[in-house]
Design a protein around this ligand. Structure first.
Ligand code: UDX
Length: 458
């Protein structure tokens, strides 16, 4: 179609692959670039290096608009270049910008005479847009301040629902010079107007309305991303803090969350008490904001408290176990769920990691299970000592206690009455509050009395 634009996407991680698939689906010509030759080969062969529901199908359906390369040549014909590389936390929580810098330096020589927008999609510290602009200036012979503008366009997608989140966003945040924002508005027109055909793998929600567009400055757009994640993180920590008090006074955090969540100023979402937040974003972004504050001699006590509560929450789970078992020496403890949340194999900052490490330290024999993350854990958690179970049945066989660390659907659906007889003990720490019916075991949940209305007879 005549509205089709040319796009290069640098980086083929979660954000890059999602962005490439989205833009190709909107009808643009997209080249995905990565320095990792092996990843590019895989993608050319139709293999997707990450697990994200529906992404394989979407990439397959748009492959006519997509190609993959280790070279930056496509930048020369691109109207828009997305930087979607990783920004891992460095020392003291400051994100490491070496990949962003290297992407900017490598793309710069390919910039030329036509208007080209360079988009920061990675979560980067406030001020990085200006920094990238300076790198382009220094490394692009054909650089012109009028033609080559940097835009901040943060993503708000969650792993596991990345396609829905990017196709049907509640808002699109764009920060930068108005000329560049006009080009971005053209790029996203089918998304803003919702004129694209929803892919089979990600149908449009029934109640969905078109996204709001927030046009703002580079700095505000960069801040919006951090502040949004930090707010969500502190919402969860708030729920966990209240949950601890609920347990002590006999209240139920689920009912409390429902009750306060009905106030539209508060909202029910992200008030689930449990194992505390994990994943790649919340820890990094809260720490990132605190470190930005530190640079400016500015304290951020609320964020620090959110982090402290989250750290404490891991120990809260262990403490519940110890209360039932006294000593964990020689006890068999099973951890159900390793991924930091369901529907992903992402293990970054997963509560299960700390739980397994701590249980082992306390002398327990640890068995762990996850519906999909176990192969990845074999590589990334090689430093931990645990036995990998082949099934939930295998995981629970002769176990003294179980900790539910991730709320996989498979675990919600478990028939405990069939599983309990094979266990040696009957302590279940349900750190995700997923057990809904009374079962014949010592069940501990977070912030509420477990639904163990039945006296334990075993
Ligand atoms: C998050 C943000 O939601 C997303 O907008 C941002 O772009 C990236 O970071 P993600 O890390 O994929 O996305 O996971 P999310 O679903 O937000 O969950 C984060 C963590 O919080 C998980 O460990 C989850 O278990 C936990 N969580 C979430 C709770 O403990 N309680 C809740 O109520 C919600």
């Amino acid at each position: 179609s005549n509205t089709s634009m040319n796009v290069s996407v640098i980086g083929t991680g979660y954000v890059g692959l999602g962005t490439a698939a989205l833009l190709a689906h909107l009808g643009h010509q997209v080249t995905g670039i990565d320095i990792d030759n092996q990843k590019i080969e895989q993608l050319r062969n139709g293999q997707v290096p990450i697990h994200e529901p529906g992404l394989d199908a979407l990439l397959e359906s748009v492959k006519g608009n997509l190609d993959w390369s280790t070279s930056y040549d496509s930048v020369a014909r691109a109207d828009v270049v997305f930087i979607c590389v990783g920004t891992p936390p460095g020392k003291d929580g400051t994100p490491d910008l070496q990949y962003v810098a290297s992407a900017a330096e490598k793309l710069a020589p390919h910039l030329n005479g036509h208007a080209q927008v360079i988009v920061n999609k990675s979560t980067v510290p406030i001020g990085t847009g200006d920094y990238v602009q300076r790198l382009l200036e220094d490394h692009a012979p054909g650089y012109s301040h009028e033609r080559h503008r940097v835009v901040s366009n943060p993503e708000f997608l969650r792993e596991g629902t990345a396609l829905q989140d990017s196709l049907y966003p509640d808002r699109i945040v764009l920060g930068g010079h108005p000329d560049a924002l006009q080009i971005m508005a053209r790029l996203y027109a089918p998304l803003i107007e919702q004129t694209f055909t929803p892919p089979a793998s990600a149908p449009r929600p029934e109640t969905y309305t078109r996204p709001a567009v927030v046009n703002t400055t580079l700095q505000s757009a960069e801040m919006i991303k951090y502040a949004a994640n930090a707010f969500l993180a502190l919402k969860i920590s708030f729920a966990n803090e209240i949950a601890g008090l609920c347990e002590r006074v006999g209240a139920d955090i689920e009912e409390v969350a429902t009750g306060i969540g009905m106030d539209t100023r508060i909202g029910r979402r992200f008030l689930n008490a449990g194992a505390g937040w994990g994943g790649s974003c919340f820890g990094k972004d809260t720490a990132g904001l605190i470190s930005a504050g530190r640079e400016h001699n500015y304290n951020m006590p609320i964020l620090q408290a959110a982090i402290d509560v989250n750290t404490r929450q891991r120990q809260v789970i262990i403490d519940k176990l110890i209360r039932h078992m006294r000593s964990l020496k020689g006890k068999r403890v099973t951890v159900l769920g390793m991924a930091f949340k369901p529907d992903t194999d992402d293990l970054r900052n997963a509560p299960a990691h700390d739980l397994i490490a701590r249980l082992y330290q306390l002398g327990a024999t640890v068995t762990a299970h996850d519906p999909i993350a176990m192969p990845r854990a074999r590589r990334e958690w090689a430093h931990l000592t645990y036995r990998e179970a082949s099934s939930v049945q295998d995981a629970l066989h002769r176990a003294d206690a179980v900790i539910i660390a991730t709320e996989w659907q498979e675990y919600r659906d478990l028939d405990w009455s069939a599983l309990l007889p094979s266990m040696r003990g009957c302590v279940i720490i349900d750190a995700r509050n997923i057990i809904r019916t009374p079962i014949d075991a010592h069940v501990e949940q977070i912030g509420r009395n477990a639904p163990a209305a039945v006296p334990v007879t075993r």
